[in-house]
Write a protein that binds this ligand. Structure first.
Ligand code: TXA
Ligand code: MG
Length: 376
């Protein structure tokens, strides 16, 4: 629990997404209260984005630093023009291609968007979600909904209503249970305030998908060089995130090999299979050592390798070459490690699929960039 939270416990309503519940939630939002709801990426913690007092409550409930701005969720593309300025042609092309969906666009803000929503920035993050419950709620309430992920600051984002209940019960007015979300990691964030679009947070909408629509797209330097002093442009990306309570280490195959005078090249497939076996072997050795010292261990594994581990807690996250199966379960698996009270957690790297950029961005943060490289 964040120590900034010291108001009285609220009686949180926990409900399915019935018409009655959506009406009640809409009343709560219009009155300046807090409602958690499902989106296609993760559960959001919503408040009226144009009501400064309401969005302030979000920071308190999450224990979130107040310089970390919120995403404003809208139900109609036209609403962009009511809260943002200088909407370029490229921006419109992205809205047409990916909205409703898991893409957040950063634009210059209009005066009506309060500082408490944008963390004092002159820009605003906007997204039109595709989840039917999120859409019903925005439309019924008639407000733009500021919503960060509905977790306590620093914990993995919630992908089930149960996760929201764990973190937010007694701190917010209502939780709408819409079952498991589809994608499981947060939206891609793209900054459209300059000439060239810049990805501030990787997600389900990849660089390649964006480039197919608008041409050149770059990636925020602060994201790539996460160990350096360059600050990421999305304030939230600088914080430790998603970390389980135990110590998480990623054990990764070194898929590059040195060729003299010719730099590094990727190894071929036969090598990859051997490397994969070396990763399993290494993880088994690390687990055996920690178990012999009396610690509780867990392994985060692909379905492909799960049967090869010797550990009491093998958590299967998805299939190695199907990124969406991994993104859908990653946060639930990280939370499971806490439930199991795992002291040491070892994870494979999931870098051989279409979502590897987005998945490894989260996993590396969860591991505090602790990585062991294995050669065959
Ligand atoms: O998928 C999602 O985007 C989910 C669902 C609920 O929509 N929301 C979400 O919100 O992930 P949150 O608050 O957990 O992450 C928002 C990120 C933070 O890293 C924040 O710093 C960044 O967006 N952000 C918000 N406004 C920004 C702005 N004006 N400029 C740069 N970064 C911004
Ligand atoms: Mg978040």
């Amino acid at each position: 629990m964040a120590d900034t939270f010291n108001t009285e416990k609220i009686n949180t309503i926990i409900t399915d997404a019935t018409d009655e519940a959506i009406k009640k939630a809409s009343d709560i939002l219009r009155d300046g209260g807090l409602v958690a709801f499902p989106t296609e990426t993760v559960y959001g913690l919503g408040a009226d984005a144009l009501n400064p007092e309401a969005s302030k409550k979000i920071y308190e409930a999450k224990g979130r630093p107040s310089d970390n701005p919120l995403i404003v969720h809208i139900a109609y593309k036209e609403d962009v023009y009511k809260i943002a300025e200088n909407v370029s042609n490229k921006t419109v092309m992205l809205m047409e291609a990916f909205w409703p969906g898991p893409l957040t666009i950063i634009l210059n803000k209009k005066k009506n968007v309060p500082d408490s929503t944008t963390g004092g920035l002159g820009t605003v993050a906007i997204r039109m979600p595709s989840h039917p419950v999120a859409m019903r709620l925005i439309k019924e309430s008639g407000v733009y909904i500021a919503a960060p992920s509905a977790n306590t600051s620093g914990r993995p984002s919630p992908t089930l209503a149960e996760h929201v209940i764990e973190d937010m019960d007694g701190r917010i007015d209502m939780i709408i249970d819409g079952g498991a979300v589809g994608i499981g990691i947060e939206s891609t964030i793209v900054d459209m305030t300059g000439d060239i679009p810049v990805i501030l947070r990787p997600g389900y909408i990849t660089k390649k998908m964006l480039e197919e629509i608008v041409g050149e797209v770059s990636i925020d330097k602060g994201l790539i060089e996460s160990d350096s002093n360059i600050r990421p442009k999305a304030p939230g990306m600088k914080y430790t995130h998603y970390a389980p309570k135990g110590e998480l280490t990623i054990v990764e195959a070194d898929i590059h090999t040195e060729i003299s005078g010719n730099g590094k090249i990727k190894r071929d497939l036969k090598d990859k299979k051997m490397l994969n076996e070396s990763v399993v072997e290494k993880i088994n050795a690390l687990v055996a050592k920690k178990n012999s010292e009396g610690y509780v261990t867990a392994v985060i594994a692909t379905k492909d390798n799960a049967a090869s581990y010797i550990c009491d807690n093998v958590l299967v996250v998805g299939e190695a070459d199907k990124g969406f199966t991994i993104s859908a379960n990653l946060y639930a698996v990280l939370r499971k490690c806490d439930e199991l009270k795992a002291d040491y957690i070892f994870s494979e790297a999931f870098d051989d699929n279409e979502l590897s950029g987005a998945i490894m961005n989260r996993l590396l943060k969860a591991a505090g960039h602790r990585v062991i490289k294995v050669e065959s």
